[in-house]
Design a binder for this molecule. Sequence first.
Ligand SMILES: Cc1cc2nc3c(=O)[nH]c(=O)nc-3n(C[C@H](O)[C@H](O)[C@H](O)COP(=O)(O)OP(=O)(O)OC[C@H]3O[C@@H](n4cnc5c(N)ncnc54)[C@H](O)[C@@H]3O)c2cc1C
Length: 301
Amino acid sequence: MYNLRELTALCEKLGCKITPECSLKEYTTFRIGGPCRALISINSAVSAAEMLKYLKANDIRYGVLGRGSNIIVSDEGFDGVILLIGSDFAKITVDGDTLKCQAGVLLASACANAQQRGLTGLENLFGIPGTVGGALFMNAGAYGSEMKDVVVSAKYIDENCNICTIDAEDMDLSYRHSIFSDRNCIITSVKMKLEKGDPAEIKKAMTECMHKRSSKQPLEYPSAGSTFKRPEGSYASLLIDQCGLKGMSRGGAQVSEKHSGFVINKGDATCSDVLELCEDIKKIVFDKTGFMLELEPVILR
Ligand SMILES: Cc1cc2nc3c(=O)[nH]c(=O)nc-3n(C[C@H](O)[C@H](O)[C@H](O)COP(=O)(O)OP(=O)(O)OC[C@H]3O[C@@H](n4cnc5c(N)ncnc54)[C@H](O)[C@@H]3O)c2cc1C
């Protein structure tokens, strides 16, 4: 049973920050969603394991959040505890051409760190606005590269609250999928193997990548990035365009005029607006093209 006093005492013992009745809107790039019962900022693998033990023993619902860039939180919020894997758990260590990141490291920081050390392999992922943990969970990718190309191993807390290690070949990494999507685990660190390269060339590639993003994507509006996964044999944005849905809206949610693969928050969108708009898009696209679109972001409710 949920007991705020007990949970606060455990957070004090572990040195983790706790924010009761925390609005999750502020913790997602879509800027929508209600509160959770408490948001706890994890600071180590041991804290994550201890916290998980407590939550499971007391039958308290929990969710894991990185940068919140691929999450849609319901308007009612989440009736449980959110474990934030963010800036309190964000150390990078480098050993030769291997980068080891705690799960809360921003992917952008990992890319910048690699560039400064003349390590190549991450440049195409520069600009994906999430944590390294979230990127592994989603097997994030862009411009022909994905996490799968660089990950060697990861540490995680399993369903029995043990700290475990897993090699990349056992992670079942595929398009926007990892073994972690099917299990209730917490990724705590990720090891990536890069290659020696020229810092100036790497920097140039990162700048080009960022330029492509800002010229094509509606980065000026809150969103969760691509709203739908790429269906086999086509592209979600192409299908949405072909169906004439650019600019279509529901309340404050709109199919971006700049990139029809993005549903954006025009300012006051609710989760219901977004999900209803997505349902309309899916239905119209299916009726007109026969392609069934699937949401890419994870829904937290
Ligand atoms: C403008 C924009 C552009 C984007 N472009 C791209 C792109 O080019 N390519 C791409 O692949 N994605 C893209 N995304 C989506 C998103 O940035 C990625 O999926 C990112 O990797 C998610 O990381 P996160 O830390 O924000 O995860 P969150 O959104 O916080 O979480 C996503 C899922 O991962 C789980 N999770 C997060 N951290 C952990 C952890 N440590 N342990 C266990 N589970 C965890 C969460 O529970 C949730 O289920 C974009 C998003 C935006 C807003």
